[in-house]
Design a protein around this ligand. Structure first.
Ligand code: SAM
Length: 231
């Protein structure tokens, strides 16, 4: 998922390079596409090389993070701690810090070793649980779920990081559709398939409570799925 219209060369080159390196197997199922890598090291290498090839690009825009911050401010009044997953340049956590009430701590994860170059960013694979974050977050946000090699594991890990009543916020853009999936963005799903997947795989942890329609934003068109952890 990327702003292909602005940087088609960089995006296409990174995708071709990933396809060569990954030797991934594509599996299609119920409105979803998955790519299986030969091993974890290959996945990590493909993601890191892709991150470096596209290090100058930015997908989510401040207008969108501002709108999500308003949503969270309205829901909670004040936010204490938030996590963003797959953040590359660290901008979404910086914007959440600027627009959320209460000057919260907002941290981003990034699998690539470039993480250390960007503010409030930790080098961390978002599939992995982190005891320091377990049950602590008022919200978890991502537009990078399409980079998951195991979306069930990623989504369950993220839901586990929420406080009771905390929200998991997932953007769904055009590039997240099944036809956008490839060796670099291994998971694709229609909005309805994503919703069905979350309903099924996270049923014991909470439920989908909202969809925020931001398809009119000229800078970043998205439908936003909101899952709430049971209190
Ligand atoms: C499409 S980019 C989106 C970056 C940013 N959110 C934006 O809107 O521009 C996806 C990012 O997720 C990172 N990523 C991929 N797999 C990851 C993983 N398992 N854990 C953490 N970050 C990951 C990639 O390196 C890349 O920087």
């Amino acid at each position: 998922m990327e702003k292909t219209e602005k940087k088609p060369g960089k995006y296409n080159n990174a995708r071709k390079q990933a396809a060569k390196m990954a030797n991934a197997t594509k599996v299609q199922k119920d409105g979803m596409v998955f790519h299986e890598y030969p091993d974890y090291e290959t996945y990590k290498k493909v993601q890191t090389v892709g991150n470096k090839a596209k290090i100058g690009l930015q997908h989510v825009q401040e207008s969108h993070i501002k709108a999500l911050s308003t949503y969270l401010n309205d829901a909670y009044g004040k936010v204490g701690f938030g996590l963003c997953h797959g953040t590359r340049r660290g901008l979404e956590q910086t914007w959440f810090r600027d627009h959320l009430n209460g000057k919260p701590e907002v941290i981003g994860t990034e699998i690539s070793d470039t993480a250390t170059e960007f503010p409030h960013t930790v080098q961390w694979d978002f599939h992995d649980e982190n005891p320091e974050w377990e049950g602590k977050a008022d919200f978890v946000y991502s537009n990078s779920w399409d980079h998951s090699f195991d979306p069930r594991r990623a989504f369950r890990t993220w839901a586990g990081m929420l406080k009771p009543g905390g929200m998991l916020i997932l953007d769904h853009c055009k590039g997240h559709e099944p036809k956008g999936a490839n060796a670099l963005d291994p998971f694709g799903a229609t909005y309805d398939a994503l919703r069905g997947f979350i309903d099924t795989e996270l049923a014991d942890l909470g439920s989908v409570v909202d969809e925020i329609d931001r398809s009119d934003d000229p800078d970043y068109k998205a439908r936003v799925l909101v899952f709430k952890r049971a209190a």
